[in-house]
Every structure is written in C-alpha cells, then in structure tokens.
Design a protein around this ligand. Structure first.
Ligand code: G1P
Length: 289
C-alpha cells in the first residue's frame, strides 16, 4: 500500500460569514488564542506523518504564504532581544513541512478546488483537510486515525462524526450500509439533506483520504445549479464503484467556520493553555449571565 504523505488544504473561500474581519484578512488567519486556524490544520497533518502540503489559495491570501515562510527580519529582532521562546515558535512554523501553493482562479466549488491539486498529487492516495474544522486529539490526530483506516481498507475514507439531528442539514450525510466498530460502509453521501430526508446523522467532517482516480471523476462530474462542482458528488461516484468507508474518528471537533464554533474553540483552547487557564476560568465563573 502506498504511504500517504501528501495533503491538500482548500483555503480559497471568501469567508463571508466572518465579515467585516475577513475583508482584508483571510478567514484561515483568524487566531484561536494566538495561533491562526490554518496552522492548527497544518499541524494536524504534520503530526499525522504528512510531509508535503498543498494549500489552495484564492485572492487576498498572500499573508498565508508569509505565515509559513521564513521571516528574516523578525528572527533577527527576536535573536537580538533574546526572545528565545518566540524565536523557536516562528522558526518551527517555517520548518514544519514542504508547503506549496496554487491559486484557484474561480470560486467554482470544493470539487474544482481539489482538482487544482492534480499535478501535485500525481498517482498517490492523499488527504484533504478543510480549514473550517479543527479537531483536538492530543493522543492521536484525526488525520492519523483516517490514514490508519485507509491502510486497513485500501478504500476512500471519510472522517465522520455523529451530529445532532437538527444540525445534520449543514453536512454531507452518510446513508449507511454495514457497520463494524468505527467503520461504516457508505451507500450514498447526501450533501446537506433536508431534515425530514436524513439518511442518518453520520456527518462527513472536512477530512478525507482520497485516491487519485478522483481527478478523472471530478472532470466528468456535472456542476450543480449554482455552477459549482461539489467534492461530495465525486465521492458518491466512488461509493458506487470501488467503495467508500466512513470512519468515526475520536476527537473534539470545532466548526470554526461558524461564529459560535469559533468562540467555543477560543474558550476551550484558552482553558488548555497553561498560562491562561486560571485567569480565564476565574473570569468565566464570575460572569453574571
Ligand atoms: C463541506 C462539505 C460537507 C461537509 C462539511 C464539513 O460543506 O461539502 O459535505 O459535511 O464541509 O464541515 P461546507 O461546510 O463547506 O458547506
């Protein structure tokens, strides 16, 4: 089995849900405590054994490239002022992995974003991580769980979690076949079904292991009424041919593409921060609501 070493992170969207903050700043650079959301996603990939990462950019995303690049002036300043801890942090960011970029010219859907990765991926299985989902699992990163699931089955894997019924219409939802432990055979993947038509509450959560045949399938996948090609439709084609598994991963997941999810992530990461946790706890307890 080919080892998975490449990951693709689509980051071309406008981030309209976070306007006005995202007028000039990419939503992927909004921080949770002191770290941009995209860095958490890159770190998850790196901790899962990924060595090559392609970030799909759109307009106004240059500061993403700067963030993962070397910053000579900043490093010199931190050296001169003997701020060793910060120096290590900024160096670690630029040494994390080989990061490549491609610019998606048109915003024509998650499927077309992934198609931009064809030359980078070549003929290997690869991971896709959506930046709107941050998953906390200090024991075993979500992506590593999915890579192991791919190594076990050799099939396309969807990272999934059960969600409350009233939230299920926001997701790609699995019509389940046979289930064994954390593995569920995917009969269909239905993108954002109506609440009265839910095939289950098992939701696809922005983490995929895909095989390179997805590129040819994407080229043949018709656009939806809004002109976008959705990755979900290509995954459905694979489910009908070679097969797809949903893998229920372990980890606390935050939807940082949503304001409430973003605030929840900020509070919980703050409570995990050694220097912040006591003050933050005290503040939260004292809130008169
Ligand atoms: C995308 C996918 C959807 C998935 C979701 C996970 O939707 O299309 O299948 O469940 O991410 O976060 P989006 O949230 O981009 O509309």
């Amino acid at each position: 089995m080919t080892k998975i070493r490449k990951a693709v992170i689509p980051a071309a969207g406008f981030g309209t849900r976070f306007l006005p903050a995202t007028k000039a700043i990419p939503k992927e650079m909004l921080p949770i405590v002191d770290t941009p959301t995209l860095q958490y996603v890159v770190e998850e990939a790196v901790k899962s054994g990924i060595t090559e990462i392609l970030i799909i950019l759109g307009k106004n995303k240059k500061c993403i490239e700067d963030h993962f690049d070397i910053s000579v002036e900043l490093e010199q300043l931190l050296m001169r002022t003997k701020k060793d801890e910060y120096l290590k942090q900024v160096r670690d960011i630029s040494n994390m992995a080989h990061i490549y970029y491609v610019r998606q010219k048109e915003m024509n859907g998650s499927g077309m974003a992934v198609l931009e990765a064809e030359a980078f991926v070549g003929n290997e299985p690869f991971a896709v991580l959506y930046g709107d989902d941050i998953i906390y699992n200090p024991q075993k990163p979500c992506l590593k769980q999915l890579i192991d699931a791919y190594d076990t089955t050799g099939k396309v894997i969807l990272g999934c979690q059960d969600v409350p019924k009233e939230e299920a219409s926001k997701y790609g939802i699995v019509k389940p076949g046979a289930t064994k432990g954390k593995y569920t055979e995917v009969i269909r993947l239905v993108e954002k079904p109506k609440i009265n038509e839910l095939p289950s509450t098992l939701a696809s959560i922005g983490r995929y292991i895909l095989t390179p045949d997805v590129f040819d399938i994407l080229k043949r996948t018709p656009a939806m009424a809004n002109g976008e090609v959705c990755l979900t439709d290509a995954i459905q084609t694979i489910a009908e041919s070679t097969g797809v598994y949903a893998y229920t991963f372990e980890g606390r997941r935050y939807d940082v593409g949503d304001k409430l999810g973003y605030i929840q992530a900020t509070i919980e990461y703050g409570l995990r921060d050694e220097k912040l946790k006591d003050g933050l706890k005290q503040y939260l307890k004292g809130l008169q609501l």
